[in-house]
Ligand binder design. Structure first.
Ligand SMILES: N[C@@H](CCC(=O)N[C@@H](CS)C(=O)NCC(=O)O)C(=O)O
Length: 210
């Protein structure tokens, strides 16, 4: 199977890291959503990444749906998300906050590099959404004393938060000053020290719009 997308995307990265953590092998096609849109389109008409193409030819889209497939593949004992109940809902909520933050951070990058003049209304809205989510995540991470958000084992929310923090810090340094978010900074450092995070990483290379 092969994973389409570059590792500077927090969404592609969270999927690739989960695959490494699960020990699931894959080929990597680091196609750019803009430069290589024509290559992505046959697998995903949205021309978005991550897209995971299975050996059968079936193409999975959306990081959450891809992780759902991977969880099913490894089974409930090893899955990085509880199968049901409150524990699942709580972790999915944090995943949604982290990936929602990622959506806004990506959107702000597009606004910066693809438009001649940025739309102030949109920029301010995204910045407020990013700041609001970071505050809540900081509070909630600070309140948890275990190594990871939901205990001793790393979960999808941990990976999502770390990947999105890295992207936000690289793309919008002024929105994520480490001194304002010590618990999140410590969380990111703990995750980034793990081998799969060190292996699966790519400095941000935004589209040029050309
Ligand atoms: N909700 C999607 C978000 C994926 C996403 O935003 N990917 C970006 C790259 S970071 C992309 O494909 N951008 C091109 C586009 O949206 O047209 C997911 O979780 O997979």
């Amino acid at each position: 199977m092969f994973l389409i997308g570059q590792y500077d995307s927090p969404f592609v990265r969270r999927v690739a890291i989960a695959m490494r953590l699960y020990g699931i092998g894959f080929e990597h096609r680091p196609w750019s959503t803009f430069g290589d849109a024509g290559k992505i389109a046959p697998y995903n008409p949205l021309r978005r990444v991550p897209t995971l193409v299975l050996d059968s030819g079936e193409a999975l889209i959306e990081s959450t749906a891809i992780l759902d497939y991977l969880d099913e593949t490894v089974g409930p004992e090893r899955a990085m998300l509880p199968p049901r109940g409150e524990a699942r809902r709580k972790q999915l909520r944090l995943c949604a906050l982290a990936t929602g933050l990622g959506d806004k951070a990506v959107s702000l990058v597009y606004e910066r590099v693809l438009r001649k003049e940025q739309l102030k209304l949109w920029v301010e809205r995204c910045e407020a959404q990013i700041g609001g989510v970071l505050s809540v995540l900081e509070q909630e991470r600070a309140a948890v004393k275990t190594p990871y958000l939901f205990g001793e084992r790393i979960g999808h929310a941990d990976v999502a938060v770390a990947c999105v923090l890295r992207f936000t810090g690289e793309a919008h340094a002024s929105l994520f000053p480490p001194s304002r978010y010590p618990a999140l900074t410590a969380h990111a450092a703990r995750c980034e020290a793990l081998a799969p995070f060190q292996e699966i990483v790519q400095p941000l290379a935004p589209p040029s719009g050309d």
